[in-house]
Design a protein around this ligand. Structure first.
Ligand code: 9MJ
Length: 678
């Protein structure tokens, strides 16, 4: 239903979304579910589509949308962005504390300690609470304008919270890629045969310097803010910790493990605890930044030519060990991709014992010249990503063996093939491969897909072990008797699982499309496809040209969809899902006559108040009509909204009737009888 006062509702929605962003990104304590948040966002998108005049640059809907940059403009920092001196060992940290004390002529009143984030330093300038410029550090004096990219990072507020907002404030922080996002990105890079990122820092730096903000938006970056640079107006601060508390209240993510330390003993204690806990963080830290807390003392201490005297970066010791590469084995993933991994003599590095490490793909093994039996260097770049840096060739005995991709899948015996031009080798066993099926099921039933609660790896393994399913569609024919006698499965758990599976029969089409695991078709692309086609059979029948013409679908995605749709295994799966009663389509509008607009071809120009372009197209197509991109003699009528383009004029020249929005609505309701006579 349209709100009585769209402008007021837009303001309200933005304020609600900002509040939920604050709960999520700053407090790490969300109040709304993802679905509730999405519903608010969708309502705002629809409202802004209907009333484009209400869009503001700081609206949460306006994060992506800037066209790709050709070159980044230069930005002069109002205050130099200094880098920090390093302390490579505990003694160097003590020496820094002593220098501070000597320079002040007394011990510092207190210190602020923060985890050192290994990301990319950025500067964010806010004018009267609105983000106006985001820039890289560059050489400290001049950086690059990456505003459009930084706006796509959800954790960076576009508008600040609170009343006493400064006229101008420049804040600094570290943009980083969470470890989970980094691993996912490299997995996708490996599968696509693209170059792998060496560490989360490089991945974040690459994402932030993308020419196309739409790519940055897909990279799941975040930020910790840790310093105020230039400030005019707003609150005055006596200490660094105080300024961080204010930044947090204004909506910036400030690292919650930052602490005030009264004296050097407390600093050493913080450093020790941070080092012990470094792998418990979901992002990469490479040390601790210690700052003199009092801003008056900071001014007294001042700067050297390179860096502030009031701060130091203590670096954790590197975490590398050597061990033996016992074997190279392979996994088969949900798309059939065969991924080699290192089987290692267990080695303790970075706080954990490592026995395996992914080698990503065949080319990576060759590029690193890894041979079975080699002594290899293992680096733990973060919590969960042990990496094989490379061999130590000087320790070779000559007995090491060059590895080759197996010709047959170790799980199902089917041939492994690598198509020309692809980096990935694949098992050709389809669902007959137990490894592939297991991974496919986990994805199919997972949160982004059919979201079948209780169907994790443990249950999947049981179903496979007992021979109860041979493909994902078999899930839907499981009965109580199949499960009830199994170990640890009683009335209640069986009832819950079967109810969850039954509930998955009418998931929205976007979820079904995601669940099918079509390469390159993730949640966003799936939503675009669902909105456009409404039915799975229509998606799978669309030609490459038709698909590539859709906003947000490039030729690669179109090609991947076509290839998937033509694979007989996939066709069988879709047919079987349909037979099992899975809906495979979004519900039709109530009471719509599917042939009401049969034979009618419309062209739409200008902005409609009650429909987005996509909604208008869907409304016409649901009724059996067509929407074309250009006017010809075959056009039935041209629908004219606000600020129409040249198509309205072309229609008049050709004698094609024009419809305003009210007439369009009548046409949808009544069919061609509502068209003007003639
Ligand atoms: C990082 N990288 O985490 C600073 N930093 O302060 C923290 N960097 C910094 N502070 C002044 N937490 C210059 C750089």
């Amino acid at each position: 239903m349209a709100p009585a006062d769209p402008a007021a509702r837009a303001v309200e929605l933005r304020s609600l979304l900002r509040h939920h962003d604050y709960r999520y990104y700053v407090l790490d304590d969300p109040e709304a579910s993802d679905a509730q948040y999405d519903a608010l966002k969708r309502e705002l998108v629809a409202l802004e589509e209907a009333h484009p005049e209400l869009i503001t640059p700081d609206s949460p809907t306006q994060r992506v949308g800037a066209p790709p940059a050709v070159q980044f403009a230069a930005v002069s920092h109002r205050e130099r962005m200094f880098s920090l001196d390093n302390a490579m060992a505990a003694e160097e940290l003590d020496a820094w504390v002593a220098r501070v004390e000597r320079a002040l002529g007394r011990p510092a009143a207190g210190f602020a300690c923060e985890p050192k984030i290994d990301g990319l330093a950025v500067s964010l300038t806010y004018e009267r609470g609105r983000l106006v410029v985001g820039a890289t550090r560059g050489d400290g004096a001049v950086g690059e304008d990456i505003t459009a990219n930084l706006r796509t990072i959800g954790a960076i507020p576009l508008a600040l919270l609170g009343d006493d907002l400064p006229e101008v404030m420049e804040v600094r922080g570290e943009v980083y890629m969470p470890l989970a996002a980094f691993e996912e990105l490299n997995r996708a890079q490996a599968e696509a045969g693209e170059r792998l990122f060496v560490n989360p820092r490089n991945a974040a730096a690459g994402a932030v310097r993308q020419k196309d903000p739409a790519i940055t938006a897909t990279r799941r970056l975040s930020i910790w803010v840790y310093q105020i640079g230039f400030q005019r107006g707003g609150p005055a601060f006596a200490g660094h910790g105080e300024s961080l508390a204010w930044l947090r209240s204004a909506g910036f993510p400030v690292n919650p493990t930052s602490r005030h330390c009264n004296d050097p003993t407390a600093v050493r204690d913080y450093v020790q605890r941070a080092e012990a806990a470094r792998h418990d963080f979901p992002y990469q830290t490479d040390g601790v930044v210690v700052k003199v807390d009092s801003l008056a003392e900071q001014r007294e201490l001042g700067f050297t030519a390179r860096s502030p005297r009031w701060a130091v970066a203590y670096k954790f010791p590197p975490e590398e060990e050597t061990t033996r590469l016992l074997a190279i084995a392979v996994n088969v993933g949900r798309t059939g991709a065969v991924t080699p991994y290192a089987v290692l003599e267990p080695v303790f590095v970075g706080g954990a014992t490592i026995t395996n490490a992914t080698l990503h793909n065949q080319d990576e093994v060759a590029r690193k010249d890894l041979r079975v039996g080699d002594t290899v260097i293992i680096r733990r770049a973060g919590e969960v990503i042990p990496e094989v840096v490379g061999p130590v060739p000087s320790l070779r005995t000559g007995a090491e063996k060059v590895w080759q991709m197996p010709e047959e899948c170790p799980f199902c015996g089917s041939p492994i093939v690598r198509r020309p031009g692809e980096a990935v080798a694949r098992c050709t066993g389809g669902f007959a491969c137990p490894s592939r099926l297991r991974e496919y099921l986990a994805h199919f039933a997972g949160r982004g897909g059919m979201d079948i609660e209780g169907l994790g790896y443990k249950t999947i393994d049981m179903l496979l072990r007992e021979g109860l399913i041979a493909d994902p569609a078999d899930l839907f024919s499981l009965g109580k008797d199949d499960l009830i006698s199994r170990e640890r499965w009683g009335e209640v758990s069986v009832g819950n699982l079967l109810a969850a599976i039954d509930g998955a029969r009418d998931r929205p089409l976007a979820r079904v499309l995601t669940a099918l695991g079509i390469p390159l078709v993730g949640g966003t692309v799936a939503r675009v496809l669902a909105r456009r086609f409404r039915r799975l059979d229509a998606v799978l029948a669309a030609s490459e040209e038709e698909l590539s013409a859709i906003d947000g679908i490039g030729p690669e995605i179109a090609g991947s969809l076509r290839a998937w749709a033509e694979d007989p295994d996939n066709r069988r799966l879709v047919a079987k899902l349909e037979a099992a009663g899975v809906r495979l389509a979004d519900p039709e509008e109530e009471g719509v006559d599917r042939s009401r607009l049969a034979g009618v071809t419309l062209v739409i120009t200008g902005t409609l108040a009650g429909f987005s372009r996509e909604q208008a197209r869907v409304a016409v197509e649901d009724r059996g009509g067509k929407v074309a991109g250009s006017v010809s003699k075959k056009t039935t009528a041209v629908v004219v909204g606000e600020s129409p383009g040249s198509k309205a004029q072309k229609a008049q020249e050709l004698g094609v009737p024009l419809l305003d929005e009210a007439a369009f609505v009548r046409l949808l309701a009544e069919g061609p009888a509502a068209l003007p006579a003639g």
